[in-house]
Ligand binder design. Structure first.
Ligand code: ADP
Ligand code: MG
Length: 240
């Protein structure tokens, strides 16, 4: 579903990604971890064409992200993205947050968008909050709305960038539970997270990044089982 081949990216003179190659198969859950500044956010933003890259190729469901002929708004609408900060529109109700992109990008009618939005809001356990505004919800609830909003677009894959790292500890699990449910339903997922409990339970593969390189890319059993390279080992010893 997602294929990265020798992706390199520079911010000016600074090389942020070096020859990153990996893939995420349909239905696979891949956790991306690594020290702060190692390029995790940049990597997944490249997948969604939120950041350009200078070398290599990225294919999403066979469509080349770097090809100037690719319809990027269409591509972005097919890959759901959930960020650390929920990025809901503060001035719009939860319902409007859920429906606006469906109507504007996918051309759905208000009624169809409402039905779909409410279905996913129910799915994340928040149907009763449809008429509220983001500021009236807790951080964990807002993040669940952000996930519902992405799902309402019928994505072929979901990208998560540290979706729980801005949350108070007691709200982390409600978000991880939604993500776990999605994984079990077969959603293709690329998740930047330091929640190693989630990685152990839910991931198929774990990618470890360091200074713009993918230095480990292996089955979860292997990642947590066998002794890893020195950097991954150091990283794991700090967060486990
Ligand atoms: P991570 O998500 O692993 O913490 P990032 O992908 O956010 O890492 O950042 C990787 C590196 O790129 C860091 O050194 C960061 O300072 C740098 N960086 C990120 N965004 C920009 C930008 N817009 N301009 C210049 N440098 C950036
Ligand atoms: Mg990041």
């Amino acid at each position: 579903m997602i294929q990265l081949s020798n992706v390199s990216k520079w911010y000016g003179d600074f090389q942020v990604l070096t020859d990153c190659t990996t893939q995420v198969a349909k239905g696979e859950v891949v956790v991306v971890c690594g020290p702060s500044g190692s390029g995790k956010s940049t990597l997944i933003k490249c997948v969604n064409a939120l950041e350009p890259f200078q070398k290599g190729t990225i294919l999403v469901d066979g469509v080349s992200v770097g090809d100037p002929k690719t319809d990027l708004p269409k591509l972005r609408s097919r890959v759901g993205m959930v960020f650390q900060h929920f990025e809901l529109f503060p001035h719009l109700s939860i319902t409007d947050n859920l429906t606006i992109a469906q109507m504007k990008v996918l051309g759905r009618s208000r009624e169809e968008a409402n039905d779909k939005g409410l279905k996913y809001l129910d799915r994340v356990g928040l149907k009763a909050h449809a008429a509220k505004f983001p500021g009236q919800l807790s951080g964990g609830q807002q993040q669940r709305v952000a996930i519902a909003r992405a799902l309402a677009m019928d994505p072929i894959a979901m990208l998560f960038d540290e979706p729980t790292s801005a949350l108070d500890p007691e709200m982390i699990n409600e978000v991880l539970d939604v993500m776990t449910g999605l994984a079990h339903e077969g959603m293709t997922m690329m998740c930047v997270t330091h929640e190693m409990g989630f990685a152990r339970r839910v991931a198929d593969r774990v990618i470890f990044m360091d200074r713009g390189h993918i230095v480990e890319d292996c089955a979860k059993e292997e990642f947590f089982g066998a002794p890893r390279g020195e950097r991954a080992q150091q990283f794991l010893s700090k967060i486990l």
